[in-house]
Design a protein around this ligand. Structure first.
Ligand SMILES: [Zn+2]
Length: 440
């Protein structure tokens, strides 16, 4: 139980001054605006935002940072080959250490919930572990220890690719991702259950990794839980879908009944006007991952147009070349400005809405300051050399993760005075990454 007072707190229309937030049992019990600080209040600096949601993560990719962009990486597919070499080296213990450090880094940037698009399921050659959800258990433990809520988006991954000739078998590292058939995937994920800090959601890895005839059981398993999928990240995926199915990936998903308000399409970059209409009118979420999309040369998608067409937006740090939700907001804005020449741009409120899209990962009672909502909070300093002088309403265009002073998730302090409760997160990351690349 605690009472916080902040100079500004962010509400759907922007910042409001002099706000007291009273937390009881992990929820906001009372929120009062325009009041002076009381004697027992904990005073927070700067602007308080509701906790950020990182809606697209592959935690193990954190071990690729600064290692996968050398001269030999000339395309997305070269980067993927390096990622597969990493995937071959992980076991549940080393993944626990890496994910714990990665999620702690997220918390330092203000993240209070993460959507983990989880496709590394099995041992080498695809053999199940004694606990077939051993990696999922590691991710759950990692999130608890790092102080972020987890939405485990268990991902079906059955084929190694799609060409004009059809679906290709899994090979090499991909064998660790597969459950052989969709029935076995359904059986494995049925053993996963929600708890107070974890939600189970589902994912179709992509049009190239799950043949269309197997989508129905996945959509049925998802029901009204979050269903995520990679969509049209690279032109090659679209070309293969058109060559083999005679339809775009979006059209195939629409025809299968996969689109809708509990579905999130990640990337949605290379899409047609018809695709945009299908996504927007169905209210399908679009998860933009601008730093990853830039790093991998994916392209700049029509995020603004999709948002205008009816798709709410969320943000993800995806491969974690950067973990900084402010940088994602800024990159989303800049990409759309570059695309349109300033004609199309997001208001700060729309960018913060994308950064706080907890409902898209199954947390409808988070991502806003409302009485009864989860007591998440990110206090961002306005007096650093980066943010000094910024109007609170435009603070997100100047701040970085380094300006995050305090993070509270479900009422529990996770970051205080820029320090994570686990201690030196740089050291945790170094140890976890070194251990993986040195192994064997
Ligand atoms: Zn991804």
């Amino acid at each position: 139980m605690a009472d916080y007072w902040t100079e500004y707190a962010w509400f759907p229309d922007g910042p409001v001054g002099a706000v007291r937030l009273s937390e009881r049992y992990g929820r906001w019990e009372a929120i009062t605006t325009g009041v002076p600080p009381g004697p027992g209040d904990i005073r927070l600096p700067g602007v308080a935002f509701p906790g950020f949601a990182n809606c697209h993560s592959h935690a193990f990719h954190r071990a690729l940072r600064g290692r996968a962009g050398g001269r030999r990486t000339q395309s997305f597919w070269d980067w993927r080959a390096t990622m597969y070499r990493l995937a071959e080296r992980l076991d549940p213990d080393s993944y626990l250490a890496l994910a714990r450090a990665c999620y702690a880094e997220m918390a330092l940037s203000g993240v209070t919930a993460v959507g983990e698009f989880h496709y590394l399921h099995h041992d080498i050659d695809g053999r199940p572990y004694a606990d077939p959800n051993a990696f999922a258990a590691a991710l759950r433990q990692a999130a608890v220890e790092a102080g972020v809520r987890l939405t485990l988006l268990d991902t079906c991954y059955l084929t190694g690719g799609l060409t004009a000739d059809g679906y290709q078998p899994l090979r090499g590292a991909q064998l660790r991702f597969g459950d052989q058939d969709v029935g076995r995937w359904v059986e494995r994920v049925a053993a996963l259950a929600d708890d107070a800090r974890t939600r189970i959601g589902y994912a179709i890895h992509s049009v190239r990794a799950v043949p269309t005839e197997h989508w129905r059981p996945i959509i049925e398993a998802a029901g009204d839980r979050p269903l995520h999928l990679h969509l049209s990240e690279q032109p090659a995926e679209n070309a293969a879908a058109l060559a083999f199915h005679g339809a775009t990936p979006t059209r195939l998903l629409a025809d299968s009944g996969a689109l809708g308000r509990s579905t999130t399409a990640v990337h949605a970059i290379h899409i047609t006007e018809e695709d945009r209409h299908l996504l927007g009118t169905s209210g399908t979420w679009i998860c933009c991952c601008p730093t990853t999309e830039g790093d991998l040369g994916d392209g700049i998608g029509p995020a603004y147009d999709l948002n205008e067409a009816g798709s709410p937006l969320s943000l993800g740090s995806d491969q974690h070349a950067v973990i900084d939700i402010f940088t994602e907001m800024q990159a989303l804005q800049r990409h759309q400005r570059l695309r349109s020449g300033l004609v199309q741009q997001f208001t700060p409120s729309r960018l913060v809405a994308a950064a706080t899209a907890h409902p898209s990962i199954g947390w409808p009672d988070a991502g806003r300051f409302g009485e009864g909502d989860r007591a998440d909070l990110v206090a961002v300093r306005t007096d650093s050399h980066r943010t000094a002088g910024a109007d609170p309403e435009q603070l997100i265009s100047a701040a970085t993760a380094s300006d995050v002073h305090t993070v509270i998730a479900d009422g529990a302090p996770v970051v205080q005075e820029h320090r994570h409760r686990l201690g030196d997160v740089g050291r945790l990351l170094s140890e976890a990454v070194d251990r993986i690349w040195r192994a064997r």
